[in-house]
Design a protein around this ligand. Structure first.
Ligand SMILES: Cc1cc2nc3c(=O)[nH]c(=O)nc-3n(C[C@H](O)[C@H](O)[C@H](O)COP(=O)(O)O)c2cc1C
Length: 384
């Protein structure tokens, strides 16, 4: 049996194998943020398909953090029963599940309250990477958001989630605080690396008070921005170490703010050869070597033998996949019987584009019918 199918624990949570479904927004929540039947089915299929730990899509903890109308919310007690159905369905199928706690910061363009602006650490003049309107958070608003994260975690535990993961990557609130590009505050929340991480630390502290010492608290952390002039890896690496030392139970290593075009994002495209896979491998390996807590590698993982090598070399404890599992929820089970199976996902990013259009995720590879065999010559030379 491959090492990829050996169990591994995060704190006292045992996970049946090394495969994580990386957090994936699906756009299937109802328009009040509740879990839908479609989502129960999607998550059940993933659990049935062999994933060890599923990380949910972004669930906003405070109304000011919502980025999309069909996004899940964990900002009130009324969301607990729906989540309880979801966690039971996943547990019945042998997988574990964490909820991803989220605030969109300045990217929270979908605000239900009229005449309110999204909230950010600071206002950046002549920003080349973000054009939306927003305003800077006050100190008391920062504390309100911190408590909302703690309350979200408490509800997650009540609803049967095995863990929570903070979304600290990909251009959203926590990334915006960590990056010196978007955080230009002069107070205790800005300036030094410790100050730019204060929000992360205070959220952790508030969560711990509300869920106790044994509950796993994970973070997906963006350790470098997708453009020059943003957060650099040297600081991102130190940030990861400080978070681990502070008490977080697992790190998933990704990128921070987004640059322009897909190459500057966390969902890079054209992953069509082994050397293009695992595009955050070096970051993850380096961070793993400086901490004892379990680490997850994400970003372009597609080939079984490569993932096996990563775990065997102790470059990560878990491998985390998003797009391949949108395409094939049963992929992990398929690999159990055939390690050479090629993932169908070609990283075309039609799944992402569907979301950009305000629609739920969709995968054209999954639904593609086998093309009919051509009869007759394809081109002038007559070759097929
Ligand atoms: C459709 C889609 C939705 C995503 N939603 C989330 C999300 O809710 N939270 C998150 O942290 N990352 C999200 N991501 C990023 C993925 O978790 C992952 O980091 C990235 O896609 C790279 O992994 P992959 O190459 O296996 O797709 C999303 C990516 C895609 C393509």
């Amino acid at each position: 049996m491959s090492v990829l199918f050996e169990p591994c624990s995060i704190k006292n949570l045992e996970i049946r194998n090394r495969f994580v479904r990386s957090a994936t927004y699906d756009g299937f929540a109802d328009n009040n943020g509740h879990i839908s039947d479609r989502q129960i089915k999607l998550y059940s299929d993933l659990a049935e398909g062999g994933v060890g730990l599923i990380i949910s899509g972004i669930a906003y903890v405070h109304h000011s953090g919502q980025v999309s109308p069909f996004q899940n919310s964990i900002a009130g007690e009324e969301f607990v029963p729906g989540f309880r159905k979801l966690t039971s369905a996943v547990h019945e199928r042998g997988a574990k599940i964490a909820v991803q706690l989220f605030h969109g910061g300045r990217e929270a363009k979908y605000l239900k309250t009229k005449n309110t602006l999204p909230l950010a650490p600071s206002i950046i003049e002549n920003d080349l990477y973000y054009k939306g309107e927003y305003r800077a958070l006050t100190d008391s608003e920062i504390w309100e958001i911190i408590h909302a994260f703690g309350d979200g975690a408490k509800r997650a535990k009540e609803a049967g989630f095995d863990a929570v993961q903070l979304h600290g990557a990909h251009a959203y609130l926590l990334s915006q605080f960590l990056s010196p590009y978007t955080n230009q505050r002069q107070d205790q929340w800005g300036g030094s690396l410790e100050n730019r991480l204060r929000l992360h630390f205070e959220i952790y502290r508030d969560i711990r008070e509300k869920v106790g010492n044994d509950y796993p608290v994970l973070i997906k952390i963006g350790v470098e921005d997708g453009f020059l002039g943003g957060l650099e890896f040297n600081e991102g690496k130190q940030a990861a170490k400080l978070l681990a030392d502070f008490g977080f139970d697992s790190l998933e290593i990704s990128q921070g703010l987004r640059g322009i075009r897909y190459v500057g994002t966390e969902y890079k495209t054209k992953i069509n050869s082994r050397d293009k896979e695992a595009y955050y491998r070096n970051w993850c390996r380096e961070i793993k070597s400086q901490t004892d807590i379990p680490t997850m590698m994400v970003g372009g993982l597609r080939t079984f033998s490569l993932m096996k090598e990563i775990i065997e070399n102790k470059e990560a404890n878990f491998v985390s996949l998003c797009r391949p599992l949108i395409c094939e929820p049963n992929l992990i089970n398929d690999w159990k019987t055939n390690e050479h199976k090629k993932a169908k996902c070609i990283s075309c990013n039609k799944c992402v584009e569907s979301i950009f259009k305000g629609k739920p995720i969709d995968c054209i590879q999954a639904t593609k019918k086998k093309s009919k065999r051509r009869i007759g010559p394809k081109n002038k030379e007559g070759s097929l």
